[in-house]
Design a protein around this ligand. Structure first.
Ligand SMILES: Nc1ncnc2c1ncn2[C@@H]1O[C@H](COP(=O)(O)OP(=O)(O)OP(=O)(O)O)[C@@H](O)[C@H]1O
Ligand SMILES: [Mg+2]
Length: 342
């Protein structure tokens, strides 16, 4: 059982309708209504499988489609084509079958479900949630205590939900997972509003309590490479398409420290580019206002730098900077790599 895909995305695509603008009169409105619907790609041909008991990360920049994916898992948004299967059920057509087995917590945006009452205490809110998910009544009290303790909310139990800070509210939302203890947990940017100690605590709790102790499967989204690294068994780099799926350590391997030379050049002819090839890992360039902005990634400063500068002799260098690459460079590289192929 352990290796079965409990979440499966199959050729999954979502296009959103374009924004309606410039509709001032009847004629404009008709024209607008005739425009093709669903033309803005948010997710394109997404395929992946999450195994039972795994923490799987969807890592992508703003607008990559992470929240869209989580919404479609909950039938809040309808896909243009393709399917997501959750525990064998199609996420949209059969979503009622999975609502009790799955909990989704949206961290990046306002609490989407309207589950929490503002002028009611934290404790009372949690009791309501336990009832809603039909947690057995003899377990309710225990689970609420467990959640309050794990998320450091014990002192806030008698506070009105309304009076909590944004980060505390987010922790209350996260307690849902610990109270319901469902088979599948979807977390959309779970730590986005949390401070560093709370983040650490939530990371540990998800990993130890939810996955190791309770055997839940977690799909989490983040734009934070180090969060993905710390939390996930496997990570998919998402930017409309899935660019890459692997274990975090293999992604880090890709970002192994190397040197980066950032240049502004007046001349960049094919001969220079060919000349650089033997000494570089890769290069990136854009042409703007008569200037080539170029990044050269290479490995060995002592050996390769003189060679590179030699090749660049005729390139009329306007500006030159050197730095060491970071994990972020690897992330940017991976999300851009796909765009170039498209
Ligand atoms: N309701 C909508 N109507 C039209 N376009 C939308 C809608 N919701 C999202 N989009 C577009 O779909 C794309 C993906 O958005 P989504 O919210 O899924 O990204 P995200 O990865 O969650 O980003 P973030 O990191 O900012 O939360 C964006 O280009 C966004 O503008
Ligand atoms: Mg989002």
């Amino acid at each position: 059982m352990g290796n079965m895909g409990i979440i499966k995305a199959e050729h999954f695509t979502k296009y959103y309708p374009p924004p309606r603008k410039g509709t001032f009169g009847f004629v404009d409105l008709i024209k607008d209504l005739r425009k093709p619907r669903e033309t803005l790609p948010a997710l394109v041909d997404v395929n992946f499988e999450v195994k039972e008991g795994e923490i799987f990360g969807l890592l992508g920049p703003n607008g990559a489609g992470k929240t869209t994916f989580c919404k479609i898992m909950n039938a809040l948004v309808i896909p243009t084509s393709g399917h997501i299967y959750i525990d064998g059920c199609e996420s949209v057509k059969e979503h009622e079958k999975i609502t009790r087995e799955m909990v989704t917590i949206f961290g990046g945006e306002r609490e989407m479900w309207g589950l929490f009452s503002w002028r009611v205490t934290v404790e009372r809110n949690l009791k309501y949630i336990a009832d809603l998910w039909k947690v057995p009544s003899d377990l309710i009290k225990k689970r609420i205590e467990y959640a309050l303790q794990i998320l450091d909310l014990e002192e806030k139990r008698k506070e009105w939900y309304q009076k909590l800070s944004a980060g505390m509210k987010q922790k209350v939302h996260l307690s849902l997972a610990f109270i319901v203890q469902p088979k599948i947990i979807v977390l959309d940017e779970p730590t986005i509003r949390l401070d560093v100690p709370s983040k650490r605590k939530v990371h540990d709790a998800i990993k130890k309590e939810l996955c190791q102790n309770l055997g839940s499967t977690v799909l989490l989204t983040t734009h934070d490479m180090s969060e993905a690294d710390k939390m996930c068994d496997r990570v998919a780099i998402l930017n409309q398409r899935i660019e890459f799926i692997d274990k975090p350590e293999n992604i880090k391997e890709l970002s192994k420290e190397h040197e980066i030379l950032e240049l502004k050049l007046k001349n960049l002819d094919p001969k220079i580019k060919r000349g650089l090839e033997p000494f570089t890992i890769r290069t990136e360039e854009v042409y703007e206002d008569g200037i080539y902005k170029m990044k050269i990634f290479f490995e060995d400063k002592e050996k390769n730098l003189p060679e590179i500068l030699g090749v660049l002799r005729d390139s009329r260098i306007e500006d030159i900077k050197m730095r060491t690459s970071s994990l972020e460079d690897a992330f940017i590289y991976l999300i851009n790599r796909g765009k170039k192929h498209a």
